[in-house]
Design a protein around this ligand. Structure first.
Ligand SMILES: Cc1cc2nc3c(=O)[nH]c(=O)nc-3n(C[C@H](O)[C@H](O)[C@H](O)COP(=O)(O)OP(=O)(O)OC[C@H]3O[C@@H](n4cnc5c(N)ncnc54)[C@H](O)[C@@H]3O)c2cc1C
Length: 223
């Protein structure tokens, strides 16, 4: 992985394309501009001429020659509805990368991983699994409808578990935390949790009850 290229330093990146994944969720592909990052890190993105920006996990992998983010338009939000309307060639402000939600090189092939996401919290796991195809993981994705299984074909199907809370057409009916209660993980697993804070607090408690030590739990809270 390259670490030589500069950080974003608030530079503008042109939008290359926007990929719709449903009415409210989309991937924005930006020019890479040599930005170096580790899978699991995030960037901040804003509109040119404005100081407001929001954090977005990097969805693409360091090996890709573009930079992608997965965004859900939040009703009444300030930035995400405007990101929904961006068009190819438009410029966006990018800063970063930031964050420590990363996997140590020594652990990548030595550990069993549980990746637990709600909604767009799957973004860093997309980057992990793309960058580290040999990693031994189970990915729990908590969503309300099957239509929110964003680009599920990107993952090894036997490792991806859609936990659908409101319908019976997923791999598991219930929340990711219900899955964790029913199928305890091995205490020596490394557990990465990403998404809304309610899920993360609840999952922490369940995993600690199952004997996973705090130093093997990692979290990225979106809201
Ligand atoms: C480290 C980090 C990484 C993030 N990565 C992503 C990512 O990859 N993809 C992504 O879509 N978002 C991500 N977020 C959330 C993102 O930064 C914004 O908060 C989100 O896009 C809403 O911004 P907004 O300006 O539209 O709404 P705002 O005007 O800032 O806030 C509107 C309200 O919506 C709440 N909110 C934020 N996100 C959601 C959500 N998904 N569903 C429901 N309510 C929400 C906020 O708590 C707030 O109360 C990340 C946040 C952090 C801290």
């Amino acid at each position: 992985m390259s670490t030589a290229a500069p950080r974003g330093r608030g530079v503008t990146h042109a939008v290359e394309l926007v990929r719709d994944l449903g009415a409210d969720t989309f991937v924005i592909r930006l020019q890479r501009n040599q930005l170096a990052f580790q899978p699991g890190q995030y960037i901040t993105v804003g509109l040119p001429g404005e100081t407001d920006a929001r954090e977005y996990s990097i969805y693409s992998a360091p090996e890709d020659d573009y930079l992608e983010i997965l965004v859900k338009r939040v009703d009444g939000g300030y930035i995400s509805p405007r990101l929904r309307r961006v068009q190819p060639a438009q410029l966006l402000n990018v800063d970063g990368p930031f964050g420590f939600f990363t996997i140590a090189e020594t652990e990548r092939l030595a550990s069993r991983f549980y990746f637990v996401a709600t909604g767009t919290g799957i973004a860093p796991f997309h980057s992990f699994t793309r960058a580290y195809p040999a990693i031994d993981y189970t990915l729990l994705h908590g969503v309300r409808h099957t239509s929110e299984r964003y680009e599920m074909y990107s993952y090894d199907r036997s490792r991806y578990v859609a936990c659908i809370s409101r319908r019976r057409d997923g791999d598991f009916t219930g929340r990711v935390t219900d899955w964790l209660r029913r199928y305890p993980v091995q205490p020596d697993a490394l557990c990465y949790l990403c998404g809304n804070c309610d899920m993360i607090y609840e999952a922490f408690d369940i995993l600690k009850d199952h004997g996973v030590p705090a130093e093997r739990l990692f979290a990225e809270v979106y809201f």
